[in-house]
Design a binder for this molecule. Structure first.
Ligand code: F3S
Length: 434
């Protein structure tokens, strides 16, 4: 089922066989320039490693590792060299979060040197042809590949959203493969580009009501803990699940279980029925999830001790305009405690939209920082936590943030609804009850 753009030529490298069409062969032979040749070499090597038979044309790339803290000086120099040698991205390319908010970095306690380096790195991406939106939710600002469309994405939470909610097809690409895909418009056809690898494997029967996105996050987290690298099919999720509910479900599945694809019967595009989700086969396993299981996962995610809250973080993955509207409604007329730092992380266009709607003004008036293009785990979160005080604890509505903040920022988390997080921000203390 993999589309090809012309007759193929069989190329044998390292004893394995990869089929390339004439255009791809020209890329490999250097007829399209040095950067494209190197990119095609990377893709062929990757294809060999994973047993791909051919290349797949992609329409877009979401680029991972776009923070200077991950790329390091070597990564920045590599990209600068590509640019100098004439490299240009040939398909729509968006960028994952960076290490900074370019506008309010000072109030976020970000060091000037890091800001300078990041601005330079982002400029290289811009000159290569990327849309430097620096968000982990590019689908909230217009990058929405369609059902069956082949793309190349890094960023685990975006990979699972593209595959599951939109029905687009992508493996989780690292930076070298994503750069190579952006330069050639190709990826090797293996993994989730192939229909047979997209069939459901585990049936999850949801036997309880899901009240809000934190229940979806808890559900995803417990299923990811139970089964890694599988394809779960959820039955019993209401048909009116929102794109935000599904975003939190997928981000949690990927955090605990490295799961890049799930189906929800009657909700996601490849699962109109249970039979379709399993491609008319049988589930390998069946899991029933009860209210007790969801409560258990919520408790596990929110393991911070005591009740003091220093840092409230919403928008992981980056918040939508609807989430900003909800926050504005909850916090309007209130005031964040002077002892609490409150971030809501978004893409810049979402903030601009919220300003136009008046939501941003309500949120900022209450003392919340609307943080663009970054988040605590991709910036210097550990240093920022140190500047906030001793034994800092976080409150978040995101299972992914609750999972990563203890390791990435040395900050244990409380896990609860947006309303609970807002109440914690105002009082400076966590109340367990919803
Ligand atoms: Fe995005 Fe940061 Fe969460 S990159 S998915 S907000 S950990």
């Amino acid at each position: 089922g993999v589309p090809l753009s012309g007759p193929t030529h069989v190329l044998s490298m390292g004893g394995l066989i990869v089929q390339l069409n004439k255009e791809e062969l020209d890329m490999l032979n250097g007829r399209c320039g040095y950067p494209v040749q190197k990119a095609m070499e990377i893709l062929v090597a990757l294809g060999e490693a994973y047993g791909a038979e051919r290349m797949v044309p992609v329409t877009g790339v979401h680029m991972p590792s776009t923070t200077v803290l991950i790329a390091g000086d070597a990564g920045v120099e590599f990209l600068e060299e590509l640019l100098d040698k004439g490299a240009r991205f040939v398909v729509r390319t968006t960028t994952n979060p960076s290490a900074i908010d370019p506008c309010i970095w000072q109030s976020l306690r970000m060091p000037e040197e890091m800001v300078r380096k990041q601005l330079g790195f982002s400029e290289v991406f811009r000159q290569l042809g990327a849309l430097t939106c620096h968000t982990c939710s590019p689908y909230h600002i217009g990058f929405t590949p369609r059902l069956g469309e082949h793309v190349a994405s890094g960023e685990s939470s975006n990979v699972v959203y593209f595959n599951s909610v939109l029905g687009a097809r992508t493996n989780r690409e690292g930076a070298p493969a994503a750069i190579a895909a952006a330069l050639t418009g190709r990826v090797p056809g293996y993994g989730l580009h192939l229909t047979e690898n997209r069939k459901g494997r585990v049936l999850v029967r949801v036997r309880t009501e899901l009240h809000d996105s934190t229940d979806y996050g808890a559900l995803g987290y417990l299923v990811g803990k139970a089964y890694t690298r599988t394809v779960p099919v959820f039955e019993g999720v209401p048909p009116f699940a929102t794109s935000e509910n599904l975003k939190y479900l997928g981000a949690a599945l990927n955090s605990s279980g490295a799961i890049p694809l799930y189906h929800v019967v009657g909700v996601t595009p490849e699962a109109p029925t249970v039979e379709a989700a399993f491609q008319h086969g049988k589930p390998e396993q069946v899991l029933d999830v009860t209210e007790t299981d969801i409560e258990g996962a919520r408790a596990y995610l929110g393991r911070a001790e005591g009740d003091k809250v220093d840092w409230v973080v919403l928008g992981c993955p980056h918040a939508s305009i609807w989430e900003l509207r909800e926050l504005a409604q909850l916090i309007s007329g209130k005031r964040v405690s002077p002892n609490v730092e409150f971030w809501v992380c978004v893409a810049q266009p979402t903030k601009a939209y919220a300003q136009r709607m008046g939501y941003a003004q309500e949120i900022e008036k209450a003392g919340v920082k609307i943080v663009c293009e970054t988040c605590p785990t991709v910036t210097c979160g550990r240093d920022i936590a140190c500047k906030l005080g001793d034994k800092v604890t976080m409150a978040t509505n995101s299972a992914k943030m609750a999972h990563y903040s203890p390791a990435e920022c040395s900050v244990p988390a409380f896990y609860g609804t947006t309303q609970q997080c807002v109440e914690a921000a105002i009082s400076g203390t966590w109340r367990c009850a919803r």
